[in-house]
Design a protein around this ligand. Sequence first.
Ligand code: ADP
Ligand code: MG
Length: 683
Amino acid sequence: MSDLYQMPLKALKGIRRPKIAELEGLGIRSIGDLLEYYPFRYEDYRLRSLTEVKDGEKITVQAKVAGEPVLQMYGRSKSRLSCRLMIDGLLVTSVWFNRHFMKERLRPGAELIVTGKWDGRRMQMTVSEAEFPGSTTSRSGTLQPVYSIGGSITQNWLRKQISVALSQFGELIEEVLPEELIQKYRLMPRNEAVYHVHHPEHTKDGQLARTRLVYEELFLFQLKLQAYKATQRDRTDGIAHRFDMEEVRSFVRGLPFKLTNSQKQVIAEILQDLQAPFSMNRLLQGDVGAGKTVVAAVTLYASVRAGCQGALMVPTELLAEQHARSLTKLFEPYGLQIGLLTGSLTERKRRDVLSALQMGLIDIVVGTHALIQEDVFFRRLGVVVTDEQHRFGVNQRSILRRKGQHPDVLLMTATPIPRTLAITAFGDLDVSTLRELPKGRLPILTYWVRPEKLEGVIGMMRKEVGEGRQVYVICPLIEESEKLDVQNAIDAFVQLQQALHPIRVGLLHGRMPAAEKEQVMRQFSEAELDVLVSTTVIEVGVDVPNASLMVIYDADRFGLSQLHQLRGRVGRGANQSYCVLIADPKSEIAIERMRTMTDTNDGFEIARRDLELRGPGDVFGTKQSGMPDFRLADLSADFEWMELARDDAAALLGAADFWTAARYLPLRAYLQREQVPDGEVLD
Ligand code: ADP
Ligand code: MG
């Protein structure tokens, strides 16, 4: 890692100032950055045969003109040119849009290479590019890099600049990985890898180059993270909570149920962290219904007993109100004051809560984003718990943390991150996992039915209500949209009210005033309503253990993790619970989602399949969740490399001569250049 990162873009041959500004807009500030601006995929211009491709696929093939071209003009500039081509012994109709000038060149018998979309049913190819023998910019036969571009920058221009940079500065690219690691995995040297990732003449070179650079990226990431973590470990400016363990124990004994072993274990880990003088930074993951709330409650209680205040941040008002209600009930006998802070409080009420918080009259505050407004102050914030943490942006979590003096932080999530991924990617977070559900729970039975079977589903609702249970019905959208043919919550409500009479049906959706929402939710949790027709506002956190049937309309419109979250609203008590997915899925992926849901109740398994179907960026919302954003590495495909990189980084940092030996100089320089990795966990 030489001074390529200091070398300005204007050193590049032939580049002009306005373009430099545009490159900077893409985050490319130096020659080094330009060289490391890796393609996110390749366009495949390798020659193939028609027999190898699927319908609708893009393909590059050798062709021979086998007929007279026919040109139709539409208006001044639009045209359609068609011509018979002989390809792999088949007669194919080629279609060219708005390329009337090609007519001249399509002489019978002429040879050419065409790239285009293949329609096997109609034996037709829509041509996007063509090359005749002797063409200067030959692409056919190669893989062409595709970069993320913007502004007036085009693919071709960027490809050219990177090529120039490679020939002008390629020799200055220095190795950064220590020799032993290069040997260990037989990695391609850095300069070659950078070259081949931009110009993968053969797939194999591209693969080897990518592997090398992925490993490098992950290794450097781990090195940074672990070096940083090592410095944090020695910090003692957190809060050493001092509480009486016996008081906490007696609180636990007073709970309405016995904790599971998992809960006990996790709570022990947390209490230990609270007492220690460094700041806790812990991720608690547990499937829906595993009982995370009570873990949060014990954590908050211990902090209050040590003379601090606690904050519980949740993503929706509905959830804030529910948590405030249940914590009040739980803590009232112990004389704790619970506050609620949401966006829909009246100004007057809000001011009351704020001053009570600042004076320390409120022990525990539950709230939404309203908690992170500028004018919210605590007297002594000891613990911050974030429920459904994946719903929050990175910044939102860290603002709350800054409202105290290095408070202890507990992040809770039901979107299970596969364990290896969690540990390796959030390298400096401690991870606790609730592995078991409370005893006596029966697995939820899930059925997938077609919309024609609605009558039967309504019968099931009647039966559950008849047995004293409650029912959720989820609809995807609030407003009618004829085009999308989406089931409308209001329609469904009206329809079910008629069909189920005299069963009590309620309606809940995001457009209702907060007070009304709260009222409906309270009626449902107090069993004054039997059926709740709702949009996805109840997706996370809502806890009404008596509900035993979850019906999801148009289930194919939801993602897997969302379906799993919704399903998790039932199965919270001792009764047998059911989930019915009403769907007529059209795509393979949607069908796969339905199958996955009926196959398994295991959130980790579902997360794994979701990862396969969608990729980690979508699942975790890379930018949102604080997952690191890698240039090349793909956490679902490359996580084994992540684990190796973690172990290698740990071994290296532990080596006696790491901070002195000359051969580690590039790595030390790298660590000094970039001390702190991105991500809120490190702020
Ligand atoms: P989640 O992990 O999805 O947030 P909750 O904390 O809402 O789950 O808990 C789900 C339900 O299980 C709640 O009704 C809660 O009271 C109950 N619960 C939690 N822990 C236990 C336990 N150890 N034994 C029995 N019920 C429990
Ligand atoms: Mg919860």
